[in-house]
Structure formats: structure tokens, C-alpha cells
Write a protein that binds this ligand. Structure first.
Ligand code: PMP
Length: 344
């Protein structure tokens, strides 16, 4: 009974095929048209559903995974949630090593979706035995019949977006897309999508969004790993303290860095102007568009597609908490009325 009258065999049938929605207000001061690929329409509410399903089904095709086996991953939350969701349907155990930077809501969500969660310190180097990478590696060695998804170093992460996100955007824009703007964490989304789009039209500009405190932009420009670039920041899922092989740097034309504060305000602005309740990195991606727009770099016939990776409900104790915003000092430079709400 596949897809007839919107009836589906399981939530897995709803992964991908997300809508492209016009941004009518937030970028109206700039030339060109702006559309968001709103990935919260996936059943697990993020773009990571795509890679979870693709990588697991690829392992099944290769005979590596059979029901009852264990799936292990390191994740800021979204990939974990998607892997846990796919595991529920397909009958796998899901074990996740996450950082202490992940919000409490995300960790509870993972547990509720049936995953076993290990919370590891966020600000230690990748080769420290306490880091979530090392913990996941150790679990993989210890648990028999386990598969380590390893999204930062897995080519299948790129392939998943090459096979789904890229073709969807090309079709939805009828080949008229001129710019792709996407956050880079593992780099899988931007690299896979860019690969497909540039194969159709090599002139499409691909702009990656990076955080202050991450090495990615500098590495793109110099091909050198500069430790001085690394310091703590607040946005989850964007930027990195290592160079992921799931990022194809040659496919990305430039990186734009955005601040925690501006990204947070822009996420809130997307909600208020477009009615889309999106996550923190959607604010970051939109913030990058603003910075490029303010430099006058968009033209009349441009069709800019920005990827909004996940849903705002995951950030209720952060970006969408006035208390959190105030604690970060994010309201210091704006009208106090915004912080306190309208006073009667
Ligand atoms: N936004 C969020 C909220 C994420 O969790 C991630 C993934 N870490 C990204 C953006 C970046 O996507 P990718 O890993 O494909 O680069």
C-alpha cells in the first residue's frame, strides 16, 4: 500500500522529499530569490534521517548488518535520533556517544527513541580517551556484531546527499539554482548536494557556513590544520575541531563564518518572519546569507537555496529560551523589550 492516499508502510517511507519553501521576508532587502530546503519535514525532524537510512541500508545490502546487531555512532544529537528511529523500525540496538554540549532535551529524546546514550566531555581533543570519538571506537571493539557509522569519515554520508538532497533541489528549482548555502559539520550535506548540483551546472556557487572556533574555513583556504582556530563555541552541529573526510573541500567555493550571537538572533527572526520554527544552525546559515547580501553579492536573477537542517523544538532550553539568551549576553546589544516580552 505504498504512498497511496498518504498511507505509508512505516516512517522510513517519509524520509527525504522535503519541501523547498520560499523565504518571503527575511532576505527581501537583497536582490534575488531565496528558498529554504526545510529538513525538519523529515520524520526524525532533521536532514540526518537521510544518512541514517542510507548508511544502514547500504550495510544491509553488503550483508554487514543483520537484525539484532548494534549500531554505534558519535553525534551531536540529530544523527543519533535518526539512527535510533531507523533502528526501532529495523530491529537494531543503537548505542550513542554524545558530547556534554548537546542539550538535555536532545539526550532525553535519544533515550526515548530507545538508544543507549554515553555523555562525553565536549572540550577535549579528538584523541583524548574521554572524547566521544574514542568512546565510540572502544564500544565498537567491545560489542560483537556492531557497526560504527563514523559519519565524519564515512563516504556514504556524502553519497546519501548526492543521491537524495542534490537531485531534489535540482528538480525543485527546475535547474535554476545559482547558489547553495549550507552549514558544514561532517560536511556530508554540503559535499553530496554540491557534487550532484555541480555535475548538472558547474557554475553553481557553493557556500559553506562555519563557526568561529572551528578549523574548517581556514583549512579550506590554506589546506593547513591551524590549532589556533579552535576554541569553544555554542552552536551544535556546525564546524569542527578536526578535518572530516566526509567534507569534499574542492566542491565548496568559499566558507563564511558566523557568530553564536548573530546566528541565535537570526534563528529567532526566521520564526517570526517566515513562520518556520527552525534550529540554531538554520539561523547560522541564514546569517551567512545576510552577510553575503550586505556585501551586495547577490544579483537580480540569483536563486539561492539554503538548507535548514533541523527543527527548533530541539533548542527550547537554548536559542528559544529567553533565560539562556540573557545568560549568554545575547540581549545586551538589542532592545531590552525583546528579552522581556511585551510589557502591559
Ligand atoms: N545542522 C545541524 C543541527 C546538525 O546536527 C548538523 C550535523 N552535525 C549540521 C547542521 C551539518 O550537517 P553535515 O554534518 O551534513 O555537515
Amino acid at each position: 500500500m505504498k504512498h497511496k492516499n498518504q498511507v505509508f508502510d512505516s516512517v522510513l517511507d517519509l524520509i527525504g522529499k522535503t519541501p523547498l519553501i520560499k523565504l518571503n521576508k527575511i532576505a527581501s532587502e537583497f536582490k534575488g530569490d531565496f528558498y529554504a530546503k526545510v529538513e525538519s519535514f523529515n520524520p526524525g525532524h532533521s536532514s540526518k534521517d537521510r544518512i541514517a537510512l542510507y548508511i544502514i541500508e547500504e550495510a544491509e545490502r553488503q550483508g554487514i548488518l543483520t537484525p539484532g546487531d548494534t549500531i554505534i555512532e558519535t553525534t551531536s544529537g540529530n544523527t543519533g535520533f535518526s539512527l535510533a528511529m531507523v533502528s526501532v523500525i529495523k530491529g537494531y540496538d543503537c548505542v550513542l556517544a554524545v558530547t556534554s554540549k548537546s542539550s538535555a532535551d536532545k539526550i532525553e529524546m535519544l533515550k526515548n527513541m530507545g538508544a543507549k546514550v554515553y555523555v562525553c566531555p565536549a572540550h577535549v581533543s579528538a584523541d583524548d580517551s574521554r572524547s566521544y570519538y574514542q568512546v565510540a571506537k572502544r564500544l565498537h571493539e567491545e560489542i560483537k556484531g556492531s557497526v560504527y557509522i563514523n559519519q565524519y569519515f564515512n563516504q556514504l554520508n556524502i553519497d546519501a546527499h548526492y543521491k537524495s538532497t542534490g537531485p531534489e533541489i535540482w528538480k525543485q528549482t527546475e535547474g535554476k539554482i545559482t547558489h547553495l548555502v549550507a552549514c558544514s559539520g561532517t560536511g556530508g550535506t554540503i559535499s553530496g548536494t554540491a557534487k550532484y548540483l555541480k555535475e548538472q551546472n558547474p557554475d553553481i556557487k557553493v557556500i559553506g557556513v562555519d563557526a568561529f572556533g572551528s578549523v574548517i574555513k581556514k583549512y579550506h583556504e590554506t589546506r593547513e590544520f591551524d590549532e589556533k582556530e579552535i576554541y569553544p563555541y555554542r552552536i551544535e552541529g556546525l564546524g569542527k575541531n578536526l578535518i572530516p573526510t566526509a567534507t569534499d573541500f574542492d566542491l565548496i567555493d568559499e566558507f563564511v563564518k558566523v557568530t553564536d550571537e548573530e546566528s541565535a538572533h537570526t534563528a529567532r527572526e526566521i520564526v517570526k518572519t517566515e513562520g518556520m520554527f527552525v534550529g540554531y544552525t538554520s539561523g547560522a546559515a541564514m546569517q551567512a546569507i545576510k552577510q553575503i547580501g550586505e556585501e551586495g553579492r547577490f544579483k537580480k536573477d540569483d536563486l539561492v537555496v539554503v538548507i535548514f537542517p533541523d527543527h527548533g523544538s530541539r533548542y527550547m532550553s537554548k536559542v528559544y529560551s529567553d533565560k539562556w539568551m540573557e545568560e549568554q549576553g545575547f540581549f545586551d546589544s538589542v532592545n531590552k523589550a525583546t528579552a522581556e516580552g511585551i510589557q502591559y
